[in-house]
Write a protein that binds this ligand. Structure first.
Ligand code: AMP
Length: 284
């Protein structure tokens, strides 16, 4: 595996690879790898000739009071893990290599960015879209792989790519979980022992809600009220940011589930803000 810091170098390299008919996959990440990241890399390994993983803690997707400075980092460990799954290039630029001091261009998908996480993180998805499009332009992938754990992000990236005719196929992959159900996340490192135990109840609550829907409860207000109560009892150290049931494509709230919907939650727990989501399906 080669480590590349210079965007111009990876750009030239991947352009040449594409000219010689090689398929290139990109897995964009902020590092501090866990099995969720590795599952995306493995998928890319199986489906393309060349796998590029980008490792960049993107400052523009963090709000002023968020965790940019303390975001967990361990480059040596990440390097080893990426190498073990057969990544070809680890693209790990510095902030100054990516953003000009007078960077002035932003990519926005405003409609989809106003819901869910966008309410408490108003500039987050602008930062995400901008860095992802920049990475696409630098790495020239034909495939880019994202996790369903960040469901809103996946929906927004798909829309951006469609609307701007970006020649990249977006692949979404299922959420990888700890044995107790907690969605793997670099931010789980912020949790103390007590919080970590309570955090497992996020997914347990989502699974309960999925069961309620299967058993005939289709009114979102009722489901959200029940789940709020359940979370307050089982995650006493947490504070709910949102619990919402939304349309899977346009992310608008659904009042009455008729077929499929996405239940998405964000919970503040200790120093972390944890997100998760699950598919709800009405039994027909
Ligand atoms: P991050 O480094 O947190 O920005 O995540 C990089 C990519 O990994 C994103 O596409 C995430 O959606 C994905 N990802 C993060 N956690 C998981 C997980 N538990 N399972 C699957 N994919 C994940």
């Amino acid at each position: 595996m080669e480590i590349i810091k210079d965007p111009k170098k990876i750009q030239e390299l991947t352009l040449n690879l594409r000219c010689s008919e090689k398929s290139v996959s990109l897995v964009p990440t902020m590092g501090y790898f866990h099995k969720g990241h590795l599952s995306l890399m493995r998928w890319a390994r199986e489906h393309s000739d060349i796998v590029v993983v980008s490792l960049f803690v993107n400052p523009t997707q963090f709000g002023p009071n968020e965790d940019l400075d303390r975001y967990p980092r361990d480059f040596e460990r990440d390097k080893k893990m990426a190498e073990e799954v057969g990544v070809d290039y680890l693209f790990a630029p510095e902030v100054d290599d990516i953003y000009y001091p007078d960077h002035a261009t932003w990519v926005n998908v405003p409609k989809l960015s106003q819901y869910l996480c966008g309410k408490s993180r108003p500039t987050h998805f602008q930062g995400v879209c901008t860095i992802v499009l920049k990475l696409f332009n630098v790495v020239n992938p034909n495939i880019a792989v994202f996790g369903e754990k960040d469901f809103q992000q996946l929906v927004i990236i798909k829309k951006m790519v469609r609307d701007l005719n970006v020649p990249v196929k977006i692949v979404g992959r299922p959420t990888v979980r700890e044995p107790d159900g907690l969605a793997m996340s670099s931010r789980n490192a912020y949790l103390n022992e007590k919080e970590r135990k309570e955090a497992a109840n996020i997914y347990k609550g989502l699974v309960k809600a999925r069961e309620w829907v299967k058993n005939g409860q289709t009114n979102s207000e009722t489901i959200i009220a029940k789940l709020t109560e359940w979370f307050m009892e089982h995650i006493p150290s947490g504070e709910i940011d949102y619990i919402e049931i939304v349309d899977q494509e346009n992310l608008t709230p659904i009042e009455e589930i008729e077929d499929k919907a996405r239940l998405a939650v964000a919970i503040f727990l200790g120093k972390a803000r944890l997100i998760d989501n699950i598919l709800l399906e009405v039994k027909k």
